[in-house]
Design a protein around this ligand. Sequence first.
Ligand code: ARG
Length: 264
Amino acid sequence: MKLRKKWWTSLILTVGVGLLVSACGSGGNQSATGGGTADKVYVVGTDAAYPPFQVLEADGKITGHDIDVLNAVAEAAGFKVEWKNTGWDPLFDGLDRGTVDIGISSITITDDRKKKYDFSEPYFEANQLILVAEDSPVNTLADLKGKKIGVQGATTGGEVVKKAFGDTYQGLKEYDDMPSAVDDFFNGRVEAVIGDNGVIQYYVKKIQDKKFKLIKDDSFEKENYGIMVKKGNTEIMNKINEGLKKIKENGKLEEIRNQYFGKE
Ligand code: ARG
């Protein structure tokens, strides 16, 4: 009898929840039944651990410069998006597997990435910076030879180190995300961190009780951030570029930039 009662309860529950889910189903990342592409919700992946470009707030909300940029692009071009905090490496996997439609995550447009992905027009200019302690004898990238350097794995920060000291440089420590690299630097486990200027400058400003030195090596090239899709996904890329063009022309992109970085 007891068992029977349980069985009924769970049946009612299952049916009830099922009905509720199908009633609210249009909020998911599939297009609603009968809807055209206008109803499609594109999944945007990001590594929300790269302040102030991508930030995971305490309440689980993803905020930051790049989030504002893509939301403005989507609004200008008239498409809907849903955000997903994928992390860095899984963002690329997600695009490969089709679980993510669009990637925005301070991603530098590189020839290597262009083999597998398509990029929008640039939306932000950046360069690498070396972060060391204020009293460090290091003044150039070459001065770091033989020392431990922290970077986020599979980023252009790692690339500059490999270019200077070789692909198998023993001192290169690659972390899954930028905060882990920065933590190890503050704890003295690496001599330097190399990363995108906006992010390095953010941490330096935030940590008030210590003093640092920021170095831009002569070998560091100008980088451009782009919005990324799987190669050949031209339908969405055209919309992205259309929206991006609009927010460049109407001043919205600059307004977002100024909001996070001030006027230069
Ligand atoms: N701009 C660099 C690159 O593309 C680093 C980007 C890292 N982004 C992030 N959200 N962790 O390689």
